[in-house]
Structures are given as structure tokens and as C-alpha cells.
Design a protein around this ligand. Structure first.
Ligand SMILES: O=c1ccn([C@@H]2O[C@H](COP(=O)(O)O)[C@@H](O)[C@H]2O)c(=O)[nH]1
Length: 233
């Protein structure tokens, strides 16, 4: 069975994205398309990475605007049938609800606090409290507005699971196999730690796509995740 991993296909060119998607698809449940590719290629990139691959496509556009604008954007991209579409929870209750209502067949995932931010940067931005408190506030708001999933770092996932219960999917970027370069991610943990804390879907990009052999890297991390799931029950 495919491991619950969404590989972030953050490539500059659509040809590279297609190659990475085909290489990782046999091992993971999902590929994630983000702003880098979508803003250059639009809907074509969704068709391309889906291709002949049996994977779900997660569209990570992190919509953040007034409710009417987000509703229109969500309605437009819902036609591409992504399994998941992201919005920023910080856009507020009405904005999250607008996306949920505009895309009823897509799981709307609300991003709580970006995993690249640490507590010091949050203070500079003017967000009250540490990342864990801010994530809890934003998660509550988003779930009340109907979001079916939350994006948070592995550091907050156990608390959010306790807060929101089993029915909301928890998606964690900021995942790094032991020893991997964290890059611009601030709040990180290993795949095993994220799963043990209650994550449903692990977002992993560069540790796979920048490996010499992305297919082999995905296979190896997927095997570790499946072993950890077997141990955890
Ligand atoms: O809080 C967030 C929300 C989204 N992302 C996205 O996940 C991947 C992570 O890629 P890595 O190469 O594994 O760092 C990337 O596409 C981000 O846009 C996130 O990192 N944090």
C-alpha cells in the first residue's frame, strides 16, 4: 500500500515535475503541486503530474484573500479535482467557509502557522503567543468554518489531534529524515515522529526530489513510514 506521504513537486519546469511524479508515484499516496509550478503552467501541470500515475493530487495554493475572491478561486480550481486544496486559516472564518462551500468535493486544508516560522519570527510579525498557541487558535477557527484538514508542523500535531478529534485530517510539512538538511524549515521532525504524534499525511519535498534518485529516496522513506505504522498499530 502507498505510504501516507505527499511529495512536494516543487520544480521550475513541468518536464522535471513529470519525471519526479512518475518516479515517486509507485511509493506514495499523493503528489503536491504548489505555487512555483501552478503559477507558471496553470491547470496543465495538474494533468501532467496526474498522467498515468495512480496518485492523488494535492493543490497547495494557500489561498488568502477576501471571502468572495477565495470562493471564486476555489470554485475554479475545484474543476481540476484536486484531492486537497489549501487556504490560510489566518484569512478568517468566513474566508475558510467560502472555500469549503465553493469546493464541496475537495478537502479544504487550512494552513495554521507556516512551518518555516519560529517563535521569534512570529513575534516580529505580531502574532500572539508561541507557534503552538497560534496554531491552536487558527485550527479551532478553521474547523468551526468547516475545514476538513489542517496543515501544521509536527510539533503541534499531537495537541491539535487532541483538540479536534479523529475526523479532521492533520497534514504535516516540516518533515525531515534523521540527518537531512532542514533548509528553510524551522519546526521539523522525522517522519516517524510526525506519524507517532498523530499526523495523517506527511509532506516531504526536497529530501526526496533533490536526492540523486528521487524514486529510490521515496521508496526508502515510504518503507520507513510503513514500518513505523506497523509498530504503532
Ligand atoms: O506550513 C507549511 C505549509 C506548506 N509547506 C509546503 O510543503 C513543502 C515542503 O517542502 P520541503 O522541501 O520538504 O521543505 C513545500 O512545498 C512548502 O510550500 C510548508 O513547507 N510549510
Amino acid at each position: 500500500m502507498a505510504a501516507p506521504i505527499a511529495v512536494a513537486i516543487d520544480a521550475p519546469e513541468i518536464e522535471t515535475a513529470a519525471r519526479w511524479a512518475s518516479a515517486v508515484a509507485p511509493h506514495v499516496s499523493t503528489v503536491k503541486v504548489g505555487l512555483e509550478l501552478y503559477l507558471r503552467y496553470g491547470p496543465e501541470v495538474i494533468t501532467t503530474v496526474r498522467g498515468a500515475n495512480r496518485v492523488s493530487v494535492f493543490l497547495d495554493l494557500k489561498l488568502h484573500d477576501i471571502p468572495a475572491t477565495v470562493a471564486g478561486a476555489a470554485r475554479n480550481v475545484a474543476r481540476l479535482k484536486p484531492s486537497i486544496l489549501t487556504v490560510h486559516a489566518a484569512g478568517g472564518r468566513d474566508m475558510v467557509r467560502a472555500a469549503v462551500e465553493a469546493a464541496p468535493d475537495t478537502t479544504i486544508a487550512a494552513v495554521t502557522v507556516l512551518t518555516s516560522l519560529d517563535d521569534a519570527e512570529l513575534e516580529r510579525i505580531g502574532m500572539v503567543g508561541p507557534a503552538s498557541d497560534a496554531a491552536r487558535r487558527l485550527a479551532e477557527l478553521a474547523v468551526e468554518a468547516g475545514a476538513g484538514a489542517l496543515v501544521c508542523s509536527p510539533h503541534e500535531v499531537a495537541q491539535l489531534r487532541a483538540d479536534v478529534g479523529p475526523d479532521v485530517r492533520l497534514i504535516t510539512p516540516g518533515v525531515r529524515p534523521a540527518g537531512a538538511d532542514r533548509g528553510d524549515q524551522a519546526r521539523v521532525a522525522t517522519p516517524e515522529q510526525a506519524l507517532a504524534s498523530g499526523a495523517d499525511l506527511l509532506v516531504i519535498g526536497r529530501p526526496i526530489t533533490r536526492a540523486a534518485d528521487p524514486g529510490a529516496a521515496a521508496a526508502s522513506i515510504a518503507a520507513a513510514v510503513r514500518r513505523s505504522e506497523a509498530v504503532g498499530g
